[in-house]
Ligand binder design. Structure first.
Ligand SMILES: Cc1ncc(COP(=O)(O)O)c(C=O)c1O
Length: 394
């Protein structure tokens, strides 16, 4: 055996998203580019905002001396100040550059945060369905993931979280807006969770880690609750992958709640983790571009239009699903219990690629990533309709 037994085991149960996505080139070659409807991966088709491209051009034409060099492991002070300023405006709480660590996207941010807080055997509670990489990220740092079901409508089940808390619980990791369900957790639910964590913390707190990779993609004028106001030992992991449509550029950050007494120590540990995980620092060019891109992001408006079209059509065809409030995913119930069989048939018969719910810890459902063009959604609808008829949805 040439590779680690553990990695072999983890790879075996690894990503259904990647499995579906990787079959796309062959399917396109077989049936033609326009006849494959790829809803498998959260890889946005939208281009980055114009301001981003302008800034990129500006830097290429007018390079700043030293702009390709190393920097503090937490990132450029001016970039962190920019992030801190935005967070201060959003939350009404004063952030400075010392509360921010720039990271390799949310993926890097989650690893940095988990490394900073986890000891071997510590448990992290994750509401399910969930972003499947969490299990690996937690394991990377000796932690153990404890899954807890959400309610029928995929909202937080605080009582179930309470039952899952043990002496080893170090953190609860939530993701809102959620991948794969599109649900946004309410301020009331977060307050109930915060009350629980306060009561059950002993000595060191149970941290609340919020993955806000889809922070800017929220619909129907919903305002994302301010977690920092709700719970002090909280860390927010944010990414520009989706808000600027630049997932390949790998830029994000972790912010610690300035009101938390242990903030300085945690930030120090995260800076150390950023370095020793080998990330060293987040990409220099991306950090320089962020302040120039300002508050521009790839709008929720377009995603909301796509949600409306797809949600309206799917419910009309008889699919059962919760209306997403954010991100760009929906998570309908599979018409048959075997979600893999349904997804395979959707792919083989109707050339629609989705991901089985079991890939997110919830069999019997399937995920549609609708960060594709409107045209792809429109042309896919007849396939979804035929599949609904085939499986007797109406
Ligand atoms: C819930 C969630 N968290 C984190 C990530 C990772 O994002 P990044 O590209 O910023 O590493 C993703 C990517 O799809 C995601 O869906």
């Amino acid at each position: 055996m040439t590779i680690s037994k553990k990695v072999r085991r983890l790879m075996g149960g690894s990503s259904w998203v990647r499995k579906m996505f990787e079959s796309v080139p062959q399917l396109k070659a077989q049936y033609g580019e326009d006849n494959i409807f790829d809803f498998s991966l959260g890889n946005p088709v939208e281009e980055p905002p114009r301001g981003f491209k302008g800034a990129l051009k500006e830097f290429a034409l007018n390079p700043v001396p030293g702009m390709h060099g190393y920097m503090p492991n937490s990132g450029y002070p001016e970039t962190r100040r920019f992030v801190a300023q935005q967070l201060s405006e959003e939350t009404g709480i004063t952030f400075t550059e010392d509360h921010i660590v720039m990271t390799i996207g949310a993926g890097g941010g989650l690893n940095v945060a988990l490394k900073a807080i986890l000891d071997q055997g510590d448990e992290v509670i994750v509401p399910s369905p969930y972003f499947v990489e969490y299990e690996f990220y937690i394991d990377n740092h000796g932690g153990v993931m404890r899954l807890v079901d959400t309610r029928e409508d995929f909202t937080l089940d605080v009582e179930a979280i309470e039952k899952a808390i043990t002496d080893k619980t170090k953190a609860v990791l939530i993701n809102s807006p959620n991948n794969p369900t599109g649900v946004v957790y309410s301020a009331d639910a977060l307050r109930a969770l915060a009350d629980l964590l306060r009561t059950r913390s002993r000595g060191t707190p149970i941290y609340l880690l919020t993955d806000e990779a889809y922070k800017t993609i929220v619909f129907d004028d919903i305002v994302l609750p301010n977690v920092f106001e709700i719970y002090e030992p909280s860390l927010s992991v944010v990414s520009y992958s989706k808000s600027l449509s630049i997932p390949g550029e790998r830029i994000g950050y972790v912010a610690i709640n300035p009101q938390y007494a242990g903030a300085e120590e945690i930030i120090g540990a995260m800076i150390f983790a950023n370095r020793t995980l080998g990330y060293v620092n987040a990409p220099a060019l991306m950090q320089r571009l962020l302040p120039l891109t300002g508050a521009n992001h790839v709008g929720p408006r377009e995603y909301q239009q796509k949600r409306d079209l797809l949600y309206g059509a799917l419910t009309e065809y008889g699919y059962s699903l919760i209306k997403p409030q954010g991100a760009f995913y929906m998570f309908p119930r599979s018409p048959i219990e075997d979600d893999l069989a349904f997804v395979t048939d959707l792919q083989e018969t109707f050339h629609i690629l989705t991901v089985p719910g079991r890939g997110f810890g919830k069999g019997g459902y399937f995920r549609i990533a609708y960060c594709v063009s409107m045209d792809v959604i429109e042309r896919s609808l007849s396939g979804f309709e035929k599949a609904a008829k085939k499986y007797g949805l109406r």
